[in-house]
Design a binder for this molecule. Structure first.
Ligand code: HEC
Length: 107
């Protein structure tokens, strides 16, 4: 949240949203850790290391926090140039990815 004061504008709003949502829902630390590990292995090549600097793929920190079912569908079934993950990842790994994306890369 270092950018909150300096950048203002869009980043400030994004930061505020992330803080508000981090308070809105709690995930167990182990689940976020599993999500973070799964992300690093399977998602970071396209969505950027620790969800930063996605190379043309979706900027995950901006994914709407109230659209979990969209997340599960897009990740499970794939979307346009994103491959489907259903057969590769266990449902609890995809749930953990949601926890990681939802809470942001805070750890
Ligand atoms: C081969 C590159 C690639 C990999 C690997 C990849 N993605 Fe994506 N992802 C994309 C692209 C490209 C899009 C944009 C799809 C579009 O809207 O056209 C996208 C979009 C998304 C979206 C937004 C979908 C929506 O509803 O708009 C989510 C969420 C997402 N990816 C999550 C993940 C997760 C979680 C992983 C790891 C399991 C992952 N992606 C791995 C390329 C990738």
């Amino acid at each position: 949240m270092k950018n909150f004061n300096i950048a203002g504008g869009a980043l400030g709003i994004l930061g505020a949203l992330m803080m508000a949502s981090a308070l809105a829902q709690d995930f167990p630390a182990e689940q976020i850790k599993l999500g973070s590990d799964t992300y690093a292995r399977h998602c970071s090549p396209c969505h950027g290391s620790r969800m930063k600097n996605p190379e043309g793929a979706f900027d995950l920190p901006t994914f709407p926090k109230d659209q979990k079912s969209r997340f599960l569908t897009s990740v499970g079934k794939g979307k346009n140039s994103m491959p489907p993950w259903d057969g590769l990842l266990k449902p609890e790994e995809i749930e953990a990815l949601w926890a990681y994306v939802y809470t942001g890369d805070n750890n």
